[in-house]
Design a protein around this ligand. Sequence first.
Ligand code: CAA
Length: 240
Amino acid sequence: MSKVALVTGGSRGIGAAIATALKSAGYTVAANYAGNDDAAAKFTAETGIKTYKWNVADYDASKAGIAQVEADLGPIDIVVANAGITRDAPFHKMTPEQWHQVIDTNLTGVFNTVHPIWPGMRERKFGRVVVISSINGQKGQFAQVNYAATKAGDLGIVKSLAQEGARAGITANAICPGYIATEMVMAVPEKVRDSIIAGIPAGRLGEPEEIARCVVFLVSDDAGFINGSTISANGAQFFV
Ligand code: CAA
């Protein structure tokens, strides 16, 4: 039986590329999404990957959604916490609502996603957790106090989970994508985006598939001794 993988935010952007790459690599994949029914239906029609709707910011909804995935497909062996949002604003204009929305989705959402799956991974003595962080969690970003805080926090989650899971055959790793050609980056004003691209030594945005291939490697048996790591994939824009 093939291993079961869950990708949150898996019907669009980087998440869709990850879900598709995992399916191509032979895994049984479930893609979670929060709200865009049309995009999810299109994604399922194109890929044959089942989609499940819940809000990762809601613990009870996450627990129920994960229980449904496991009832349909079997115990989850691989979880990719990818779902994330931006609510960019310079700090002096950032509202508490913008702060909380991003914290609830990008940081608490990782807790809500991994926590219900973790006991089963411990029991079965196998698990792969991959959290999609960001270059902006490593270097900070103008107008992203909220987002950068969550993406830095995600690295703390991974480093702690790695230590807790190691003896139970579970690895937890993070990927920090740089600027990738997705709707999220395309939403940045064109002038700002051009100046961002000018600052990437590779001279281009990354492709979602370039992140997906990192995930496929991290969840493989070959990567069993890689635990608590952060892989940067950013076209040489920033080094830790
Ligand atoms: N560095 C320094 N100054 C900057 C700046 C930057 N990166 N970006 C904007 N500014 C300056 C502007 O030039 C402007 O200066 P002036 O007032 O002197 O003209 C000022 O900051 C912006 O003031 P505004 O009042 O016009 O700002 P606003 O309230 O309209 O907000 C913004 C505009 C939200 C900051 C917009 O410029 C923006 O979205 N910037 C992009 C932020 C960004 O990079 N987000 C990353 C999204 S992609 C992602 O998050 C994925 C990932 O993981 C990599």
